[in-house]
Design a protein around this ligand. Sequence first.
Ligand code: PLP
Length: 444
Amino acid sequence: MTTVDVSPAAADADELSVWPASTTPLPCGDLEVGGVPLAQVADRFGTPVYLLDEAEVRERCRLYAHAFPHADIRYTAKAFLCRAMARWVAEEGLGLNVCSASELEVAVAAGVPPDRIVLHGNAKSPHDLEAALRLGVGRITIDSLPEITRLAAAVGPHDEPVKVLVRVVPGISTGLHEKTSTGTGVQKFGLSMTDGSAHHAIARVLAQPELELTGLHCHLGSQITSVRPYLTAVHRLTGLMARLHQSYGFTTRELDLGGGHGIAYRPGEPALDITALARTVRAEVCQGCAAAGLPVPRLIVEPGRAVAGPAGVALCRVLTVKHTGARTFVAVDGGMSDSPRPALHGVRYAPRLVGRLSLAEPTRVTVVGRHCEAGDILASDVPLPGDIRPGDLLAVPAAGAYHLSVASAYSPVGRPPVVAVADGYARQVVRHETFDGLARQDVG
Ligand SMILES: *Cc1c(COP(=O)(O)O)cnc(C)c1O
């Protein structure tokens, strides 16, 4: 028989399961991340502020490298990018996935070797393609028919052919939020396998001497917590590989399975098991290729959220507490401008009081941002100590991905700074976007 540990320490351990591994409770009620107390970060850099635990980012990169020893792992920059982040993932041996000329410039400025960078995008601008060719990215993903001719025309007559992947849509529903599902037939990304457009595009690419097709790419969506959709994708992609081999004698050398690996935002939520994913995907690829008599392609995976998400912590300060009818609204100095995911994707967070010890009974509250929008809700119906009051600090774990990268300068409060913590030191890696800076852009 198993016994359930109901001690406060066990409850804390459970609650801290979605925090960086370095997180340690302090006797004063605060938490330490990367050896730095959160209240100290708030005092020194102001709120709202984002923390990034460097060791957690590196550890997540190593987890992938260990699980996928024969694959290319590319961190997806759109989850979160700054020069420090690009440097850390590159030092851990990962490549980078970008979807704009700006992300590409940041990556190259941080020292990521361009041949380890891939450019994605359903509508790449002439500027994006120019930057990719000028800086010599490793791969460009073809996402539409017009892009084939446009890219081929941009390659100089004496240049080497550009290595490309074709992004195909295997027609798999992940059953997720419609704004995060990208593997089904009806959305703006990629070329459908079910209506023949993928096959057609591949034939066109093969006929372009300026382009060198290295393989296929697919990305099923986001926040997927089961390996099954990936196995279905591999099954369909190896089928396509066999048909391409038959029709054109084309051998797929690279199979890019995208990202979308889900993480837990609240204790008890499921996360995708990366080790199980690696093992089952490799077995499925090997089996599919053996059945079709094809060589096994090199695998590529592109995690974004699963690398950056769990390494980030958002810190904000309570401005007001309001009791309206039966509800208690706790309003903080951040909101949808720096944490857009609740408003955008309908997700909810697990904020926690930090910086002081409270022995008050928990009460259920709704944590809202400071913006004049009814949808500016960070967490609804979550427990916080009953004596929660203005000046208190709230911390939100798993806040490293799709927060700041999607943030806006709404109202314009300006985007918060990012502070990297490691070995007891805190260092600002992205400055606060100030009103002075924003005002300079308004030229009257
Ligand atoms: C966004 C994206 C990813 C990463 O998705 P995550 O959910 O952050 O893992 C990978 N590949 C492509 C093409 C993407 O657009």
